[in-house]
Design a protein around this ligand. Structure first.
Ligand code: ATP
Length: 274
């Protein structure tokens, strides 16, 4: 639907501190990014430069946030696209868009005087799915163009380029994408545990008035299985309930109602697509 095709808004500065939970994923990502930063040592040791990182995990867990934080951490320009943007009726258009994306990244890095660029491709499975079924030729050309661009990255010349891709269907990806020198570093971005959920709720409560009695531990417990995106919705819906009831601050009750609403919303969404 529309949601899948949305363009990512121009990013403002986003740091790892603004991402709740995901401690091990953040740590793994930072370690991988040090390869981009310590490029001189990397080449001294003859280590192959890291070109692609694949973030895998369910929707709304913060994969896009991670890619943006990665750009901030490495002082890189950030260029984003979604796999669904490359899907076109006409053969060759998708491949052209891939070329444009890399051109854009290089141009922006030059303009902004940055030594590196991070290209984020969300829903990589849309172009990098296993090669079977219809629209074969179009998908092949798009994917081949991406592989060609990746193979052409030599991180010694400026700007150094790192591609971060996201998918919630890793098992669907064509093995060509996963080969060494391509997306050979995988980081799992899972649904948050209770501690992570609380952290995410706290981050999204920062700009909202909460009653002193509110127990976010309890909210985190009730929101079992929620993604970061759903937790953001919970905070927002609770604020709307409080405003409607002419309250000064958000209370525990509004948060519980918001949890129910977000849970129900998901259910009706799913039913309507069945
Ligand atoms: P998709 O696979 O659907 O693109 P995603 O994993 O890329 O999802 P994001 O786009 O990063 O998810 O997250 C969507 C929104 O949910 C964020 O803008 C943020 O408000 C909230 N969110 C998700 N995860 C977190 C998190 N770990 N900490 C704080 N906020 C989060």
């Amino acid at each position: 639907g529309q949601e899948r095709k949305r363009k990512k808004a121009a990013p403002t500065k986003l740091t790892f501190e603004q991402i709740g939970g995901q401690e091990s994923a953040k740590q793994e990502l930072r370690e991988a990014l040090d390869f981009l930063i310590r490029h001189e040592e990397i080449s001294k040791f003859g280590i192959r430069p890291l070109k692609g990182i694949l973030l895998t995990g369910p929707p709304g867990t913060g994969k896009t946030l991670m890619a943006r934080a990665a750009a901030h951490y490495t002082n890189s320009v950030f260029v984003a696209a979604s796999g669904s943007e490359f899907v076109e009726m006409y053969v060759g258009v998708g491949a052209g868009r891939v070329r444009e994306l890399f051109k854009d990244a290089r141009a922006r890095a030059a303009k902004e005087n940055k030594e590196s660029a991070i290209i984020f491709i969300d829903e990589i499975d849309v172009i990098g799915g296993k090669r079977e079924g219809g629209q074969q030729r179009e998908y092949d050309q798009t994917l081949n163009q991406l592989l060609t661009e990746m193979d052409g990255i030599y991180n010694s010349d400026s700007p150094r380029i790192l591609i971060i891709a996201a998918t919630n269907r890793k098992e669907m990806l064509d093995s060509a994408l996963l080969r060494p020198g391509r997306f050979d570093r995988h980081i799992q971005v899972d649904l948050p545990d209770k501690k992570g959920r609380k952290h995410i709720l706290e981050l999204h409560a920062k700009n909202k008035p909460l009653q002193a009695e509110v127990n976010l531990d309890k909210v985190a417990e009730e929101a079992y299985g929620f993604s970061g995106a759903q937790l953001e919705s919970v905070m927002n819906e609770a604020a709307i309930y409080a405003m409607r009831e002419n309250m000064e601050q958000i209370g525990q009750k509004q948060l519980s109602m918001a949890i129910d609403k977000v849970m129900m919303g998901e259910k009706t969404d799913r039913e309507s697509t069945l």
